[in-house]
Design a protein around this ligand. Structure first.
Ligand code: PHE
Length: 348
């Protein structure tokens, strides 16, 4: 009797050992393992069938042993299956650990011109200026004539112009003032709008000048608009853009489409007025041109100059960005150098 006991017990133990040390290289071997041990005609089934021949006092021990064998076989089978399916994806074979975190995907940054442009739009938006945009190729009338610069007017020389070769009546706009004209043609006052956009001038490219750059034009036309409104609007803009410490000053100037005209300076952000190379030791830097819209311009656009008046201003976005970010070469904006652009990753 005890010999029988040992025989089936030993059999079960040796099956357990084999199961535990089993290794598979191929899918077929896993299937063979299943048939041999777990399958309906497998060894484990035979072991269970053995139970009824075991004497009652040993039944409990044998039953527990057979259950261990069964559990080991099932666990092994699951492990073999999942190992092989991982191998099939090639991950282990090539030594790739799929649990490692992925490489970060580099995100781009916004261009400084785009950042400043949206800040300007935002600041004027808060006091009711809406955006209007116009084409970059415009007829002579929109760029010049409507703005009091008829043909052969010397003021045209202030802005070196690119003409469209096939039709010299069309130009690449030299300023965003062409959009003012379009807006006033389309719409009667009250008008309160800003027009950001790219402009072109046939300038020699240097650290301070480029043949393409960006401007924001502002236009306000209503029944009683004064120079004081213009000053206050621009003062608000400067405080928001450059901080409340910043001072402004107006200098008389000339633009054919405004009368009176002025240029506006802000106190130098770098030396705070003490004098430095950026402000050429004057303590002030020029940021925009402005003035009261010339009544003749209103008339050109079919707006009654007896009833309405307005102010306009125009500023270069590159200039604002150069002052704000202390960039000393305008060409950097157009080179798309990743190292330069990357510095604006965290700019608001
Ligand atoms: N258009 C002018 C320029 O480009 C700027 C300006 C706009 C001046 C509006 C006065 C009023 O130089």
């Amino acid at each position: 009797m005890s010999a029988t006991k040992h025989k089936v017990f030993d059999q079960a133990r040796s099956i357990l050992d084999k199961i535990e040390s089993f290794a598979a290289q191929k899918q077929e071997e896993v299937e063979q393992f299943r048939i041999k041990y777990i399958g309906s005609k497998g060894l484990i089934k035979e072991l269970f069938a053995e139970i009824k021949h075991i004497p009652p006092e040993q039944k409990k021990d044998f039953g527990q042993l057979v259950n261990r064998v069964k559990k080991a076989a099932e666990e092994k089978y699951e492990a073999l299956k999942s190992n092989l399916s991982e191998e099939n994806t090639g991950s282990q074979a090539e030594g790739i650990d799929l649990t490692l975190p992925a490489d970060p995907i580099p995100l781009g940054s916004r261009h400084p011109i785009a950042i400043i442009r949206s800040q300007i739009i935002d600041i004027f938006g808060r006091i009711g200026f809406i955006i209007s945009e116009g084409p970059e190729v415009v007829d002579d009338w929109h760029n010049f004539s409507a703005l009091n610069m008829p043909e052969n007017h010397p003021a045209r020389d202030m802005q070196d112009t690119y003409f469209v070769r096939k039709d010299p009546d069309f130009v690449l706009r030299t300023h965003t003032s062409s959009v003012q004209v379009e807006v006033m043609q389309r719409q009667q006052p009250p008008i309160r709008t800003i027009s950001p956009g790219r402009v072109y001038r046939n300038e020699t490219i240097s650290a301070r000048a480029h043949c393409q750059f960006h401007q924001v034009e502002g236009l306000y036309v209503d029944e009683s608009v004064s120079f004081a409104d213009l000053k206050q609007t621009l003062y608000y803009f400067v405080q928001e853009m450059f901080g409340t410490e910043t001072q402004i000053q107006f200098r008389p100037s000339y633009f054919p489409f405004t009368e009176p005209s002025a240029e506006m300076d802000i106190s130098c952000l770098i030396c705070k007025g003490d004098g430095c190379p950026v402000c050429k030791n004057t303590g002030w830097v020029e940021i925009l041109g402005c003035g009261m819209v010339d009544p003749a311009v209103l008339e050109n656009c079919k707006i009654d100059p007896e009833k309405y008046m307005g102010f306009a201003f125009g500023m270069g976005i590159e200039r604002i960005a150069m002052l704000k970010y202390r960039i000393n070469d305008i060409r950097l904006f157009f080179e798309n150098d990743i190292q330069f652009l990357d510095q604006f990753r965290h700019a608001l």
